[in-house]
Design a protein around this ligand. Structure first.
Ligand code: ASP
Ligand code: MG
Length: 444
């Protein structure tokens, strides 16, 4: 069971988590840092990098106050509050000491994972004061990535099962999401939002019955509620559909987190800590939903489109492989691709090597780059012969310029590139057109 930042973001919410995790079968609970913490930690690291160490220390003090205030609301007896304050003070002293250091990549990595360490230690102490038999497992003892930054599944499996076996009488384990160590044994992380990924890696390692991801939403929503007024939670969705949605911007899931459990057919359940009675969304190998139906929309921002025009492409072979070789060389992954006889367009998200990529691509033709683009992705069960879906999509997009469009590689998504400024309008139009009936019945 993984609980996100909001789920552990206040004393009241932590008590809600307590109720959920102390029921039912033996389990491992993965916690994120209290909401807002990781952003503050990233800021602390960036202040240290700019040699503004005093400002970094001030942010640590603010965080310390926030955690101590939460502990005072959470812990009941006077001596329990004292124990919690001692714990938090010693953790924040360690963090404050780090703000006196010179910046390094490793220092930054050690700082950004502090939120998970402090939150799990505080929650474990709280559960212990409540008389609950609980054991804290430190993620650095089992969560290791290989030289490509991918989970070292064999190591994780061996290590975590060995740890658990030490506590045969314990039915409740708590551990940190997000945190991992590298092959060199250095602290690292699974990228932002990575606690979901921690949960499914662990789920696979222990061959869990189910992985539950608890957030502040009723499940995977049909559209992003930050952009549209009306949404509803899906009851079920397949692994592949969930992967597409997570990859193309559905914030509720880390884009990599479906993969570890997919092969083992371990279901993922998305649940709401603030509304635990809501059924949530089940992600499994079964694709439900009607044939020819769009289930949900997702959008991914900060996309750069690269247009490559070349007369020599006409009737030539090997052209695409030359182009992709450039992206390969700079380890930059391509999200969308469209081709015409004399041009290729691709989109990328990571622009850290854009200058090098453009220079190398220029050998093959004329290059144009356009930034601030957004990918809008409609996911569902879309057979090619289902023209009514395309009609609906184009109708919804009739006043929005589509820059690229991609369909057909899988029968699961129609992906469009639009200008970033058109995103909100596109999502609203599509939401209204594609989900009209469902939105009406969700209201009733
Ligand atoms: N706390 C980390 C983050 O904010 C990991 C997570 O919440 O999943 O990115
Ligand atoms: Mg998250």
């Amino acid at each position: 069971m993984k609980f996100g930042g909001t789920s552990v973001g206040s004393a009241v919410n932590i008590k809600g988590v307590e109720k959920i995790i102390t029921e039912g079968a033996r389990k491992i609970v993965v916690l994120s840092a209290m909401s807002g913490t990781t952003n503050s930690l990233v800021e602390i690291a960036s202040k240290i990098k700019k040699e503004k160490n005093d400002e970094a220390t001030q942010i640590v003090n603010k965080l310390r106050e926030h955690y101590i205030k939460t502990a005072n609301e959470l812990f009941e007896a006077g001596n329990a509050v004292l124990a919690a304050e001692n714990l938090l003070n010693s953790e924040f002293d360690i963090l404050a000491e780090k703000t006196r250091c010179k910046y390094s990549d490793l220092l930054e990595k050690e700082i950004v994972v502090a939120g998970e360490i402090i939150t799990t230690k505080m929650v474990t102490l709280y559960l212990k004061t409540r008389g609950i038999n609980v054991q804290l497992l430190m993620a650095v003892n089992f969560m290791r990535t290989d030289n490509n930054g991918e989970p070292d599944y064999y190591y994780v499996k061996e290590s975590i099962n060995r740890e658990i076996a030490q506590y045969p009488d314990c039915n409740l384990f708590i551990t940190q999401g997000f945190i991992c160590k590298t092959m060199k044994g250095e602290t690292s992380n699974l990228t932002r939002g990575g606690s979901d990924y921690s949960a499914t890696i662990i789920g696979a390692a222990i061959n869990a019955e189910e992985v539950q991801i608890w957030s502040d939403k009723d499940g995977l929503l049909n559209c992003d509620p930050r952009y549209v007024d009306e949404t509803y939670a899906l009851t079920s969705i397949s692994y592949e559909e969930a992967e597409e949605l997570a990859f193309f911007g559905a914030k509720i899931l880390h884009p990599s987190c479906v993969f570890p459990v997919k092969g083992l057919k371990i279901p993922i359940k998305l649940k709401n800590t603030m509304n635990p009675d809501a059924p949530g969304t089940l992600i499994s190998s079964e694709s439900t939903g009607k044939y020819g139906e769009i289930k949900a929309l997702a959008a991914k921002d900060n996309i750069t489109a690269i247009y490559i025009k070349s007369a020599s492409m006409l009737n030539a072979f090997g052209f695409l492989s030359k182009i992709f070789n450039v992206f390969n060389m700079y380890k930059t992954s391509v999200d969308m691709i469209t081709t015409s006889e004399v041009a290729v367009a691709v989109t990328i998200n990571d622009t850290s090597h854009l200058d090098d990529i453009v220079r190398d691509l220029s050998k093959f033709g004329e290059i144009e780059c356009v930034g601030n683009q957004t990918i809008v992705c409609a996911v569902g069960n879309i057979p090619a012969q289902q023209s009514s879906i395309s009609v609906k999509i184009f109708e919804a997009m009739s006043d929005i310029p589509i820059k690229m469009i991609s369909f057909g590689a899988s029968k699961r998504n129609i992906t469009m590139l639009i200008d970033g400024n058109d995103k909100s309008r596109a999502l609203n139009n599509l939401n209204k057109t594609l989900f009209k009936e469902k939105l009406c019945s969700a209201k009733k």
